[in-house]
Design a protein around this ligand. Sequence first.
Ligand code: LLP
Length: 425
Amino acid sequence: MKTNLCYDGCDLVELALKYGTPLYVFSKSMIEGRCSEIREQFIKRYGGSHAYYAGKAFLTLAMCQIVEKEGLGLDVVSGGELHLALKAHFPPERIIFHGNNKTRQEIEIAVDQDVGRIAVDWEGEIDIIDKAAGLKGKRASILLRVTPEVEALTHKYIRTGHRGSKFGIPLERIPYVVKKSLSLQNLNLMGFHFHLGSQIEDYRPYIEAVDVITKVMSDLRDDFGFVTKELDIGGGFGVEGFEKTTSKPISYFVDPVMERIKARCSEFELPMPSVAIEPGRWIVSEAGITLYTIGSIKKIPGSVTYVSVDGGMSDNPRPALYDAKYYAEVANKMGRPKDKVITVVGRCCESGDILIEDLAVPSDLKPGDILAVFNTGAYNYSMASNYNMLPKPAVVFVDKGKDILVVERETYDDLLAKQKFIFNV
Ligand code: LLP
């Protein structure tokens, strides 16, 4: 009897043999399913609403093509992400450009390429955008990113909406920045943006932020006659995906928030703005699985059993950075009793390179077995490094029984591609 783990119609053990490990595997149908849920449950239900996929979670040319085909917009956060999107022929008008320190050159490219929205993160940026647009004879549409002073319950490194955050314009500076933006010829101020953080599992912080921002909108209308046309509530929708649980539907987050925006707008007699969301993790996290080959198995008497895999913090830095928890199965030994508890570690020269603690596995675990770590679609490939000169893994999409290579595995020579000798060789 075959006991291999299958994913979107593909045998993961065969994939590991075909492409080698470590290997990032993404279910294309699951990504498309998430995009379609956003379309059906958000865009179609709420007139004028938009969704930008946050590319920082996982961005490749192929991913960009899927997002484009699914009718979503794209959130980019650097010249590099913008370049990739343009190379993938992503329509620039569907792109929002973020970042707390965009360079002048990046802004010039964004303006030149007619990127749909630029989210302004600090006061000085409006002059830079205005100048760049003026030189090109264009008008740039901007949103102001506001720090709403809301503490979302998530790891402190991925919290962004609190007072003192490095992101966004402090609340008390908003009237000044709005006034200034309205006075500049080459800017078109469309509205506001906030982003509370990432892996937020509760909708309530969004409600708190909506209460703050709608009051700001009302004051600005009263004081300057400025009417907010757009409100972007950022991303951050958390996923579960540990062991057998699945994530909350998008409606869990967006329905109460939309209801609150409507209620507050009617309370303040404001027209309903067009609302945008920017999910990254929610779209790709659960679609991704990382495959590793098990190598050394080291039982420390009186302590744990370390099982090393052929990747680690170089392809998934999240456990080390955020204490993130993952779950895994031995892909070639499914359905067997799990009577052994191990600690899965990576091969990097760091004691902190621990991927999973206390994982139950079959007792006949052996070097050469294939470990499938779930829920690795977000912020794994995009945060991978070449630490210890480890080449980055390949990325394969699976789709109802078909496998498609979308990023080749790096080679040792790729690692040296930009290096120069200083002495003749
Ligand atoms: N919009 C803005 C402006 C953002 O800064 C982010 C994420 C998102 C949307 C998407 O957030 P998501 O829906 O993916 O939670 N490396 C960290 C996450 C950093 C998130 C940065 N900004 C991690 O691995 O958990």
